[in-house]
Ligand binder design. Structure first.
Ligand code: AMP
Length: 218
């Protein structure tokens, strides 16, 4: 019973947090292009070298790069039972490429869940965010503290601020979102896949809403 899902929303909407919860509950992988790209940067691979400049500026990595990356990832055996895409697609060209890929594989999407959060709340969340340097789990200096300061609850890794979570880069990322990613709301509405919710409130309550929206695997 596969479940193929996109979490759509601006940076800071909680996509990563929610994707990890759904992934744990449903036993399907979370696929975050941001996490894959950050790992490539940390490893100094050719992909990482190409992506780094774009990421540091808060700009998008070119479509063909992330599309290639997703093509490889979706071919992995663990995706047979479904997946949660977190941070992909981010442009209409990426969404069209994904449709073509999934059409060819005969594995259409089940849901696109859009998470809405007010802009000022996004800036506050992102600039207070801390991320585990090892497993990428997100925390927040006010809203989501680890049990021990500076240490990840899940894996014991050190918590760091992502370079692109500084305020001026955050503003840039939000404007990129509005210009390049927001058109996907209309795209997926047209496809009859869009489900929307407000991503403000308790993490667990938002997770329950998403659970209700996506229902049981098909
Ligand atoms: P995220 O962790 O999803 O906020 O992604 C961090 C950064 O990685 C973004 O600001 C982009 O530079 C890059 N990135 C992640 N996913 C994509 C994507 N689907 N298309 C283009 N760039 C991406």
């Amino acid at each position: 019973m596969a479940m193929r899902l996109i979490l759509l929303g601006p940076p800071g909407a909680g996509k990563g947090t929610q994707a990890k919860l759904i992934s744990g509950r449903r036993g399907i992988p979370q696929i975050s292009t941001g996490d894959i790209l950050r790992q490539a940067v940390a490893d100094g691979t050719p992909l990482g070298k190409e992506a780094k400049g774009h990421m540091d500026r808060g700009a998008l990595v070119p479509d063909e790069v992330v599309i290639g990356l997703i093509r490889d990832r979706l071919a992995q055996p663990d995706c047979a039972k479904g997946y949660i895409l977190d941070g992909f697609p981010r442009t209409v060209a990426q969404a069209q490429a994904l449709d073509a890929m999934l059409g060819a594989m005969g594995t259409p999407l089940h849901h696109v869940v859009a998470v809405h959060v007010e802009e000022e709340a996004l800036v506050e969340r992102l600039s207070g965010r801390r991320t585990c340097s090892q497993c990428q789990r997100p925390y927040h200096v006010r809203f989501n503290l680890p049990k021990t300061e500076g240490v990840c609850d899940a894996c014991g890794g050190g918590l760091l601020q992502r370079d692109d979570d500084r305020e001026e880069t955050v503003r840039r990322r939000l404007s990129v979102y509005r210009q390049q990613t927001e058109p996907l709301l209309a795209y997926y509405k047209g496809a009859g896949l869009l489900k929307e919710l407000v991503g403000e409130g308790k993490i667990e309550e938002i997770a329950e809403q998403i659970d209700r929206i996506i229902g049981h695997a098909r």
